[in-house]
Design a protein around this ligand. Structure first.
Ligand code: TRP
Ligand code: ZN
Length: 869
């Protein structure tokens, strides 16, 4: 490390001295020597300013001109190009040379399987040319692309096509113009040969928009679901948010090499092919739903992100939290609201809560950043969405939409802040969000401790709610937050008891504002059963001493589906926790019959949505369970969770088997009813695989499968239960799909999660599989990240072999792709959550990485925090 990387602070934000209003780009594409000519119109903003630092990274400077003449008053520095003695307004020309072929970081301009593409968010544009690469500089772009015509028949960029032509030597060019001023991170360029799926969408005001999806040659039959999802997104945003698309063309390109899910570049989204390509042979139901959500997410960014963008990167949640909220609402309006909510809450209670108590803990609006790529986190995205959702709960849909309207009236075409958004919501609704704003600046997961008291003579029911937020690595002192706390009371016969306080009917959503508060309800004629934190009304942990009987009651009688599921989860949590303690003190696992019976009741309940039954029957993950303890005992947790699975399998065998057989479907379709049936049937399969006839059943399921959902379920069940048929099924799958990396990712994931004793040796062996490559982020995530994150017993092996394996890989990725390395390291940062011996081993690997002399900023920031803590 030549120089210690420097942190930037939110409080130090300063508007730039100059801005750029127009940028004309010209690319001459060559694999190792691409020329970029950037002509910008620069305007002074701060009176008297005469020097300007343009960001740049890995660029070879060829030419600088100002107002048409060569300019020599510049200096190339560590961070970029420092221009001096500048006039107040000028035209700047910069020519740079870049090397896309050598770019394995997948930021800036790179090659993905022979096609050129770009990824500029957050700070990748500076790898293309020297520029004010910050989101508060908004310019109108034109882009001219020149390349060989035979290899690159499609030359794409943002906006509308304004010209094209042929050149000698088989080259051709296309020029694009984006009429909307945008920051550099929304720039995109793609050049390649693709199959093209085309359609149109007519907006509510009658404009026709051309829709184009570009996929690798031969993949056209996997593009229709993405197109349907896009049209559904456009329609939904008009109906629910009143927002219409604003260009005449919307393009999506699917690429195999991509660091994240997808990118919302104006008019030209670039997608990880995982979130575009699907047909019933290659994609599972989960893949289909993921595509719908991500297509929606990127489309919704056109208003929340592009038309109104972020002033600086500390405001990232302004666009991401809000856009996740919008995509969650889209999926919920189109599918099952309860199932979507359950899946989102699982992410909060599992990985997001874990991030909140890790060395990387940060508020949804971070205060301090070294590498911005490290802050595309579950906290900024998922907790950010929960914060928007709480505002929606406090304001109601009508006021929330008034707030959105005011937000766009005030900020359309500008770079805004989180505070601007909250202020718009506050002004439009008249509701005071003063205390609520703390959710933006305070990190960590608040804990609610609730006690209740029923007074039979006064007919009152009192709930005392205490809140506290444990200190986090980044912030010691915490204050009480405004927590919307949604509750409902039930009488023994299941009827709802109306909430009354001070003689008045009150809303279900209580406002918890103090460290300790008591809510007294009147007119309560019997000791009630109380459903709490309904719909996960706030991203908090809830402690309340429920009896088994109360939870079993809520599983049946709670009026909303989410609350029923949650009661089941609490019942499981109570007994899983108790059994982890039993196992730790040398006793055996004991599961009371009434617990099993509560789940039997759900499984047999004909009135429930099958998709919900599937969720109720799914145990919390080992990681989520780990979050319930101060010191995570991976072995005991694994043993107890497996014991619960086996007990359900054995005790509910007849019911599971009956449900499994009645849910068989002849035809495949991807409507929500069919997905629900497959999901529950495959959950049943997962249990039945553990019983005597498991091998036969799973084998038959695989052989009879006519779609990838059932095929993957059979493989998953064989893998988890370590069935005799596992090896043959895995081989059969690999023989059939090894030409296709995306499909093989499902297989690599199972190798990563393999419970076998030799899991690590096997993972290492699979790195030589012809389809595997550490250069491809999807492959790396499916094999390596699944091992490190979802195979805790083996990753945390007591001899440290799992940790050592991860850091060996990180040493390679640190050079080739620091962004992927930095995501992969997360499980190693959480050393404080484990016993002394494991901590020591993890620390040793972190120290080994810290001593690398070329450590990228990405890893540097995380490792430093983990070692400091
Ligand atoms: N803005 C993108 C999204 O949420 C995120 C993204 C895509 C990204 N690619 C990236 C962020 C690369 C950082 C780096 O939709
Ligand atoms: Zn996003």
């Amino acid at each position: 490390m030549t120089q210690q990387p420097q942190a930037k602070y939110r409080k130090d934000y300063k508007s730039p001295d100059f801005t750029i209003t127009h940028l004309d780009l010209a690319f001459d594409l060559e694999a190792s020597q691409t020329r970029v000519v950037a002509k910008s119109r620069v305007k002074q903003l701060t009176e008297g300013a005469d020097s300007l630092l343009l960001d740049g990274d890995s660029l070879v400077l060829k030419r600088v001109e100002i107002n048409g003449s060569s300019w020599s008053n510049y200096e190339e520095t560590e961070e970029g190009l420092l221009l001096s003695d500048l006039p107040a307004q000028f035209e700047l020309l910069i020519e740079t040379e870049i090397n896309p072929e050598a770019n394995s970081s997948l930021e800036g301009l790179y090659l993905s399987d022979g096609a050129y593409c770009t990824q500029c968010e957050a700070e990748g544009f500076r790898r293309i040319t020297y520029y004010l690469d910050r989101p508060d500089v908004l310019a109108k772009f034109t882009t001219k692309i020149t390349a060989d015509k035979a290899s690159f028949p499609f030359l794409l960029s943002n906006g509308n096509k304004i010209g094209e032509g042929e050149l000698e030597n088989g080259r051709h060019w296309v020029q694009w113009e984006d009429p909307y001023a945008k920051p550099s991170y929304l720039f995109a360029l793609v050049a390649g040969d693709f199959d093209l799926l085309e359609d149109t969408f007519t907006t509510k005001s009658g404009r026709e928009v051309a829709l184009q999806i570009f996929v690798d040659k031969g993949n056209l039959n996997r593009a229709p679901h993405a197109m349907t999802s896009l049209k559904n997104s456009m329609k939904w945003d008009e109906e629910r948010f009143g927002l219409e698309y604003d260009l005449d063309i919307y393009m999506i390109v699917a690429v195999d090499f991509f660091n994240m899910g997808a990118m919302e570049n104006k008019g030209l989204n670039v997608f990880n092919s995982k979130f575009v390509l699907a047909n019933s042979d290659t994609a599972t139901d989960t893949d289909y739903l993921g595509i719908e959500a991500v297509i929606g997410h990127e489309y919704f960014h056109n208003w929340t992100g592009n038309r109104v963008t972020c002033r600086d990167w500390f405001q990232l949640s302004l666009k991401e939290g809000l856009t996740v909220f919008r995509d969650q609402e889209f999926s919920s309006d189109l599918g099952s609201r309860a199932v979507n909510r359950i899946n989102n809450v699982r992410i909060m209670r599992g990985p997001q809560f874990a991030e909140d108590c890790s060395p990387m803990a940060h508020p949804i609006r971070p205060e301090k950043v070294i590498e911005m790529n490290n802050f595309y986190t579950l906290t900024v995205y998922e907790k950010g969405s929960e914060v928007i959702r709480m505002m929606h709960t406090l304001l109601g849909e009508a006021n929330f939409q008034k707030g959105m309207k005011l937000y766009f009236e005030r900020h359309d075409g500008t770079a805004a802040t989180c505070e601007d958004f909250v202020k718009a919501m506050e002004d439009a609704s008249g509701i005071d969000l003063g205390q609520f704003r703390l959710w933006y600046s305070q990190s960590g997961t608040p804990v609610l401790d609730v006690t209740t008291a029923y007074d039979a003579s006064a007919k009152t029911f009192a709930m005392t709610v205490k809140q506290h937020t444990p200190a986090t690595a980044d912030q010691k002192e915490k204050q009480p937050l405004l927590i919307p706390f949604d509750i409902e009371l039930y009488a023994q016969d299941g009827s709802v008891i109306e909430l009354q306080r001070n003689g008045q009917k009150v809303d279900n959503v209580l406002h918890v504002t103090d460290a300790e508060q008591t809510f007294v309800f009147e007119g309560v004629n019997e000791a009630p059963k109380v459903s709490m934190l309904r719909e996960f009304s706030a991203p908090v942990k809830l402690n309340y001493d429920y009896s088994d009987e109360e939870l079993a009651f809520l599983m049946v009688h709670a009026r909303n589906e989410f609350a029923r599921w949650d009661a089941g989860q609490m019942l499981l949590a109570k007994h899983i926790k108790a059994n982890v303690a039993r196992v730790q003190s040398g006793e055996s696992v004991e599961i009371p019959a009434d617990v099993i019976d509560a789940f039997r009741g759900v499984l047999l309940n004909k009135e429930l949505d099958v998709a919900l039954i599937a969720e109720v029957m799914t145990l919390p993950s080992e990681n989520e369970i780990g979050g319930w303890f101060d010191v995570v005992d991976v072995d005991a947790i694994n043993l107890v969770r497996d014991a619960f699975k086996s007990a359900f399998a054995k005790e509910l065998e007849d019911e599971l088997s009956a449900v499994y057989h009645t849910l068989a479907q002849d035809e495949y379709s991807i409507d929500h009813a069919a997905i629900g049936k497959r999901t529950l049937r495959n959950v049943c399969l997962g249990y039945l695989a553990l019983n005597g006839q498991g091998d036969e059943l799973v084998n038959a399921h695989y052989a009879g499968s006519k779609n990838m959902t059932d095929t993957a379920a059979a493989l998953g069940a064989a893998n988890h239960a370590q069935l005799p048929c596992r090896a043959a099924l895995m081989q059969s799958f690999s023989d059939k799909w090894q030409h296709d990396g995306l499909v093989m990712d499902k297989w690599f994931m199972l190798q990563g999660c393999n419970p076998a004793a030799n899991a690590l040796e096997n993972v290492k062996a699979q790195m030589s599989h012809p389809t595997f490559s550490l250069k491809n982020p999807n492959r790396t995530r499916s094999l390596i990240a699944s091992f490190c994150n979802n195979n805790p017993v083996h990753f945390h092996a007591k001899d440290g072999s799992g940790y050592q394996f991860l850091s060996d890989i990180l040493i390679q990725l640190n050079e080739s792709n620091p962004q992927v390395a930095s995501r992969l390291i997360d499980p190693l940062l959480k050393l404080k959550r484990f016993d002394e011996q494991r901590q020591k081993l993890m620390r040793a690997e972190l120290e080994r990485l810290a001593s690398l002399n070329n450590l990228a900023k990405d890893l540097y920031e995380k490792i430093n925090k983990a070692l400091e803590a």
